[in-house]
Design a protein around this ligand. Structure first.
Ligand code: SF4
Ligand code: SF4
Length: 333
């Protein structure tokens, strides 16, 4: 076969075998109006990925993915609402007019800069839009900070004002040793102001504030029991609990798939994009080892996040979580 034809057929094959793709778009790079202690973006250094891209830069990049059948476009940062509104609106129109298949759009924000204009732009995507807001329980010590304003007051005000305007609004939290005991009340409080979607991620860095995987699993078990016992599942979507109990888990950190990290692509700017998610700084780590492939819970655990350095409790904790889920499923059948 002619080389050009061969390449074309290879591209087609690899595209079809990976028909679901998440595109992480950092239109303002990693610039942010907050300085959270645990933010991994700060670890990149002040000059990395700080540039602002134009709508044409982003559109040129997006054109590579028009044939994918399921595309999740995630406006990310830093803080994506620091971008120029008109430039984002041009990209939004391009998406609406050119993505032919199933696509969804999400803004991942700290929630401080939401306003009527941004909400209007998001509403224009109809049921394809979701809004994800980073907010943690305060706990004994809040690791989220702003230099010059009361960020939490602002976010809560915005949530109260806008939660009814977008159908799919969620809160994503980072769980660490100062707030692990406060998450349950946090959900209850946020639910009172209309929030229904929650994600509790473990802090994965090395600041000395992390909980171990075993402590995280204990946290998940306790909250799962409450979730089921109090029938919270009727009104609340709590991740990763829902995915762990469902037959089709789509969370990469539990996915048993060698190629899982390549289902994410990150755009930092022109000639500055990554074939992987934003967490990947070293491509060599993206291999699932033999130990995992031969492990009794591999199909459940998937070897965890491939960019994470696992603590010594990791494997026992994942096995404990697997057994817990099987037991609860059995008891409820
Ligand atoms: S429990 Fe440990 S060895 Fe087993 S799949 Fe998970 S990370 Fe790999
Ligand atoms: S590096 Fe971790 S978070 Fe990123 S895609 Fe891979 S498993 Fe998921």
């Amino acid at each position: 076969m002619h080389l050009k034809k061969k390449l074309k057929s290879w591209r087609k094959k690899s595209m079809n075998s990976n028909n679901f793709i998440t595109l992480i778009i950092k239109m303002i790079g990693t610039q942010c109006n907050m300085r959270c202690e645990y933010c991994y973006e700060h670890a990149l250094g002040d000059n990395d990925h700080k540039k602002t891209s134009t709508s044409s830069d982003v559109i040129e990049y997006l054109k590579n993915f028009l044939d994918y059948h399921n595309v999740f476009i995630l406006f990310h940062g830093g803080e994506p609402f620091l971008a120029n509104y008109n430039e984002v609106a041009i990209v939004a129109n391009f998406i609406k007019n050119n993505f032919r298949h199933n696509y969804r759009v999400q803004f991942q924000t700290n929630g401080t800069l939401l306003n009527d204009n941004w909400i209007g732009l998001m509403e224009s995507f109809g049921d394809r839009i979701s809004l994800s807001i980073s907010l943690d329980p305060i706990g004994k010590r809040d690791l989220r900070h702003s230099n010059s304003f009361d960020y939490r007051k602002k976010v809560i005000e915005n949530l109260k004002k806008y939660v009814s305007r977008i159908d799919n609004v969620g809160i994503v939290s980072v769980i660490h040793k100062y707030n692990v005991l406060d998450y349950e009340n946090f959900i209850i409080d946020m639910n009172k102001i209309g929030l229904k979607n929650f994600t509790a991620n473990k802090y994965k860095g090395d600041l000395g504030v992390a909980i171990s995987e075993l402590e995280y699993v204990d946290f998940l078990k306790k909250i799962a029991i409450k979730y089921i016992k109090n029938k919270w599942y009727k009104t609340i979507n709590l991740e990763p609990i829902n995915s762990l109990f469902s037959k089709k888990n789509k969370l990469c950190i539990y996915m048993a798939d060698d190629n899982k990290c390549s289902y994410f692509k990150t755009f930092y700017g022109v000639r500055d994009s990554s074939e992987y998610c934003d967490h990947v700084v070293n491509k060599n780590i993206l291999k699932i080892g033999k130990q995992c492939k031969n492990c009794s819970v591999y199909s459940f655990c998937g070897g965890g996040c491939l960019a994470e350095i696992k603590d010594e409790t990791f494997c026992d904790a994942r096995k404990e979580l697997y057994n817990f889920i099987q037991r609860i499923k059995h008891e409820n059948n």
